[in-house]
Design a protein around this ligand. Structure first.
Ligand code: NDP
Ligand SMILES: O=CC(=O)O
Length: 341
């Protein structure tokens, strides 16, 4: 049984389905959809045994579906039959898109279906950090709530404050909507290009990164991780922020210089932080950020609801099947591969 799960069956004349490796646990309904069109090797966990099975099967695979695996020239060299890799995520910093195009491999992701869920998580982080919700939760549960609170335990308001969004794309816009329409927040944003829609809908103001850091009460990073955005927020940006600023990162850990963030928090250059992502995940237990009461941490759960994770898996499966059937995948990242196929 285990062998059946961990290897492709020999292809007979009657079985001409393309071979696919799913390197993540897939919902049964989505797996059934994949299995109608493909022969699927399903690796439910990513451990040493799964890695060996993956390596052994890669040479025959025409499709890959999963999350986070680095897809680069080294892997692609070992996958001569590969046609498509379907990321079950919107961020695709794990893809070397240039190498994938050179190897004629389509790349797909799952935009839109997770946007509202991630925006909800980011509002949760903003509220949790500003109102010190995890700290107060601990106070109650540990039995230390024995007298009326003093101002030492008070938080800071969110409503009517200024939120600076770095990366006003799909998720950034959904955060702006919640913050402006729900919390009467004033919105600043920074992108490489203007987003006139958020300016019109949520009265958002475009500004440079430096202006945003100087003026915002909350700085929320929602850019994709690229060469350009690696360490986008560092010492200079933290120094520009208000001493009362709260820093929120929902993008990728590496968009922020974590050492500079630790220094900014230790030295009181900013007030607090809310982080869903870390440079290394899972983050080391002794990471200095984890010892700070004014830092709210989450284990990269931006899109982690049952409904949204299901929609992401379904979308990724549809991308994969379309690509393997010679159709244009709905969320194709390297169009040229499809056009030249
Ligand atoms: N924590 C979590 O669980 C999740 C995290 N994410 C992360 O969020 C990211 C954003 O997702 P999504 O909103 O769908 O993506 P979008 O592509 O819609 O938005 C990204 C925005 O970032 C801006 N941007 C890109 N490069 C730069 C740059 N160098 N400087 C300033 N702005 C830049 C873009 O504008 P312009 O091109 O004009 O610069 C765009 O507005 C993902 O790539 C992923 O890393 C996504 C989902 C869940
Ligand atoms: O981090 C999650 C994603 O979808 O990107």
């Amino acid at each position: 049984m285990v062998l059946l799960l961990f290897s492709f069956r020999k292809r007979g004349a009657a079985n001409m389905k393309p071979k696919v490796i799913a390197y993540k646990k897939i919902y049964p309904e989505v797996l059934a959809y994949l299995q109608e069109a493909c022969e699927v090797m399903h690796l439910e966990e990513w451990n040493e045994e799964a890695r060996s099975a993956f390596d052994a099967a890669l040479g025959e695979a025409e499709g890959l579906i999963g999350t986070g695996l680095k897809i680069d020239h080294e892997l692609l060299k070992r996958a001569p039959k590969l046609k498509i890799v379907s990321n079950i995520a919107v961020g695709y910093d794990n893809f070397d898109l240039g190498a994938m195009s050179r190897h004629h491999v389509m790349a797909t992701n799952t935009p839109d279906v997770l946007t509202d869920t991630v925006a909800d998580t980011m509002m949760g982080l903003i509220l949790a950090a500003a109102r010190r919700i995890p700290e107060m939760d601990q106070l109650v549960k540990s039995g230390r709530w024995t007298s009326p609170l003093t101002s030492a335990q008070f938080g800071t308001d969110v409503h009517h404050k200024t939120l600076g969004i770095v990366g006003m794309g799909r998720i950034g816009s959904a955060i702006a909507k919640r913050a402006h329409l729900g919390f009467d927040m004033n919105i600043l944003y920074h992108n490489r290009s203007r987003n006139v829609e958020v300016e019109r809908r949520y009265q958002a103001t475009y500004c440079t990164l430096d202006e945003l850091c100087r003026q915002a009460d909350f700085v929320c990073v929602m850019v994709p991780l690229t060469e350009e955005t690696t360490n986008l927020i560092g010492e200079k940006e933290f120094q520009a922020m208000k001493k009362t600023a709260i820093f929120i990162n929902g993008s990728r850990g590496a968009t922020v210089d974590e050492k500079a963030l630790v220094k900014a928090l230790r030295e009181g250059e900013i007030l607090a932080a809310g982080l869903d992502v870390f440079a290394k995940e899972p983050v080391d237990h002794d990471h200095p950020l984890l010892g700070m009461p004014n830092v709210v941490t989450l284990p990269h759960i931006g899109s982690a609801t049952e409904e949204t994770r299901f929609r992401m898996a379904q979308f990724a499966a549809e991308n994969l099947v379309a690509g393997l059937q010679g159709k244009r995948p709905p969320a194709l990242l390297n169009e040229e591969v499809y056009l030249n196929s």
